[in-house]
Design a protein. Structure first.
Length: 332
């Protein structure tokens, strides 16, 4: 009952039609691989990604080169943005999938997915989304955005343990994807062990081959309930709070001469991630990894991504904690 409840909550979080469009997966990679391995590809087919994807959203598609599939990479612009027009221009009549991170892990840039979904659907292909950096912090609406497949582990913004994530497959596309792992549980009438009936479930359960990670799923359900009770959107929601915290951080960083890389001019491109760099005067003598280690000794946790520094406050963080982070950074 709790597992089914968690599926309904996950569907509510991303505005899926219902729990029948949600499968539990151990991580984002598994969900993306379900698409890469489940669709039927032919030599000459094209998959479009960017050149700055997290490896989970690159390697499953790169593996398709063995089948003669072309992997086309749209380059990130120097300012950290992904140009939507360049993504759309890369889509042709051979494009089977466009697979993008809703928010890029090493820039914090949030892409507008709707124009991309419109274009790839006109070409007869599908939009697959790595949403691990947006689910739980940003409004995600798979129907309004035209998303066909979505994968996100629960351990980041959804505040769940590792090993308990979600995979969304639009209901009418479930029969299109062949499960790449076959077990007892993704079959119709799975509980009737002695009556062998090789027939896959007709909804997202077809992607769950065996027993669930019940402790992880129970925790995921509790986290989703908390997030939905607070609310993601709205003036008092999670995103409003995170946007205020990240704005405070950006302003304080810039005041201290720490350049911010994350694009933030338009509200629609902002996320919960702030990527920043060292002041020019400190670059030669301030190693980013050592800085992260020094901050961790003060119970301030940030990370290095792409040679830059990444801070990712969530709605439970406070303005005082943001100020303490900036105060702890070495002065130029």
């Amino acid at each position: 009952r709790r597992a089914n409840r968690a599926k309904k909550l996950a569907a509510q979080l991303i505005n899926a039609a219902g729990g029948h469009e949600i499968a539990f997966v151990p991580n984002t990679s598994t969900g993306l691989s379900l698409v890469a391995k489940g669709l039927l590809f032919h030599p000459g087919d094209r998959v479009v990604i960017t050149n700055v994807e997290y490896p989970a959203n690159r390697y499953p598609w790169e593996d398709l080169k063995r089948q003669g599939v072309e992997l086309f990479e749209v380059p990130q612009s120097a300012d950290g943005r992904i140009d939507i027009e360049r993504v759309c221009d890369a889509i042709n009549d051979r494009t089977r999938v466009v697979s993008l991170s809703h928010v890029q892990y090493a820039s914090g840039f949030r892409i507008d997915l709707k124009p991309v979904s419109d274009m790839v659907h006109r070409a007869g292909g599908y939009l697959c989304v790595d949403a691990i950096q947006s689910c739980g912090v940003l409004p995600v609406d798979v129907q309004a955005m035209g998303i066909d497949f979505l994968s996100a582990d629960g351990h980041k913004w959804m505040l769940a343990p590792e090993g308990a994530g979600i995979f969304y497959c639009r209901a009418d596309l479930c029969p299109v994807l062949h499960p790449n792992v076959v077990g007892w549980m993704n079959m119709v009438d799975a509980g009737n062990y002695g009556d062998y009936r090789f027939e896959f479930q007709n909804d997202a359960r077809r992607f769950e081959p065996g027993s669930w990670n019940i402790p992880g799923i129970a925790a995921l359900g509790a986290s989703l309930e908390l997030l939905l009770n607070v609310g993601i959107d709205g003036p008092n929601g999670v995103w409003s709070r995170v946007e205020a915290l990240t704005t405070r951080l950006v302003e304080a960083l810039e005041a201290k001469s720490y350049p911010v890389f994350t694009p933030r001019e338009s509200p629609g491109e902002r996320s919960g991630i702030v990527i920043f760099d060292r002041p020019a005067s400190l670059c030669d003598r301030l190693d980013p990894k050592q800085l992260v280690a020094d901050l961790q000794k003060q119970d301030i946790v940030i990370v290095v991504r792409g040679g830059r520094l990444r801070a990712s406050p969530h709605f439970y963080n406070t303005a005082a904690q943001i100020d303490r982070l900036v105060e702890a950074l070495p002065k130029p």
